[in-house]
Ligand binder design. Structure first.
Ligand SMILES: Nc1ncnc2c1ncn2[C@@H]1O[C@H](COP(=O)(O)OP(=O)(O)OP(=O)(O)O)[C@@H](O)[C@H]1O
Length: 244
C-alpha cells in the first residue's frame, strides 16, 4: 500500500543501461516536510533514481508518486509543484545572475519581484549583475537553488549540491538548505558526503550497486549497528570502505 499523504512514494524502481543495472528494485517513502538523503558511492544509482522520481527518465519497472500523483508519464501540473536544481553548467549562457533567475521566473509565469526576492534570500543580491561564469562555485550553486525555488515548489530535489565547494561554502549552503526545509518544503538530496547527510538529513537511504541497503535516521543507524558514524554503517553493511 502506498501512502498518498507521503511527499514521495517509490515502488520497485528499476533501470538498466545496456549491461549495467543502474537501479535494481528501489522502494522507499519520503514524508512531507522531511529532509531526506540518498547516499552512496559513485555509480550507486542515486542520480538515475532521482531522475526517475522527478519524471525526467522513464523507469523500466516500478513507479514513483509525487504528492500523490504518478511522476511518469510527465505531468506539467505536477512539474510545477516540484523544483529540480540544475547543474550550473545548465545555466543560460552569458546571463547575469538576475537575468538568469528572471528567465526561469518567466518560464513559470512568476513575477520579477519574486525572482529578485529569491536572489536576495540566497544571499546573492549584491551579485545580481555578475555573469554566471564569474560566480564562485558556491554562488553558482546558490543561484541554481534560487532558480529551482522561484515558482515556490513544495518539493525540492538537489543532486550533489555541495560537490566541489570549499568547507566554508559547504557550510553556508547547509544553512541555506536548512532554512528552505524549515520553511516547510520537503527536500531530497543526493550526496557523496556522509558527514553532510549526518548533519542535514532527518532520514537517509544508503544505496550501493542499484539497491537500498538501509533506511533510517542517521543516529539510529549508527546506534543500531553499534558504530561511530555513517562511514562505519556503510562498512558494516557492505564489508567495504565507503571511499576506495
Ligand atoms: N545515460 C547512461 N548510459 C549508460 N550508463 C549510465 C547512464 N547513466 C548512468 N549510467 C551508469 O549507471 C550506473 C549508476 O549511475 P548513476 O549516475 O545513477 O549513479 P550515481 O550514484 O548518481 O553516481 P555519481 O555519484 O557518480 O553521480 C553507473 O554505473 C553509471 O555508469
Amino acid at each position: 500500500m502506498t501512502d498518498d499523504t507521503a511527499a514521495i512514494a517509490v515502488e520497485g524502481l528499476r533501470k538498466r543501461y545496456g549491461d549495467v543495472q543502474a537501479v535494481d528494485g528501489v522502494t522507499f517513502e519520503v514524508r512531507r516536510g522531511e529532509f531526506y538523503g540518498i547516499l552512496g558511492p559513485n555509480g550507486a544509482g542515486k542520480t538515475t533514481t532521482m531522475e526517475m522520481i522527478e519524471g525526467l527518465r522513464e523507469p523500466d519497472e516500478g513507479s514513483a508518486r509525487l504528492l500523490g500523483q504518478p511522476s511518469w508519464p510527465r505531468d506539467p501540473a505536477l512539474l510545477r509543484r516540484i523544483g529540480v536544481q540544475l547543474q550550473a553548467s545548465a545555466f543560460f549562457d552569458k546571463l547575469t545572475a538576475r537575468e538568469q533567475i528572471h528567465t526561469f521566473a518567466a518560464l513559470y509565469g512568476v513575477g520579477t519581484e519574486r525572482a529578485d526576492a529569491m536572489l536576495e534570500s540566497v544571499g546573492l543580491a549584491e551579485k545580481r549583475d555578475v555573469r554566471d561564469n564569474k560566480l564562485s562555485g558556491g554562488q553558482a550553486q546558490r543561484l541554481s537553488i534560487a532558480c529551482a525555488l522561484v515558482h515556490d515548489p513544495e518539493l525540492l530535489f538537489l543532486d550533489e549540491p555541495t560537490t566541489g565547494l570549499d568547507p566554508q561554502a559547504r557550510r553556508n549552503l547547509w544553512d541555506l538548505l536548512r532554512q528552505i526545509n524549515s520553511a516547510g518544503r520537503t527536500v531530497v538530496l543526493t550526496t557523496h558526503y556522509l558527514d553532510e547527510a549526518e548533519t542535514l538529513c532527518d532520514r537517509v537511504a544508503i544505496m550501493d550497486a542499484g539497491r537500498i541497503l538501509r533506511v533510517g535516521r542517521p543516529a539510529d543507524l549508527v546506534a543500531e549497528l553499534g558504530v561511530h558514524n555513517l562511514e562505519d554503517v556503510f562498512l558494516q553493511l557492505t564489508g567495504r570502505e565507503y571511499r576506495e
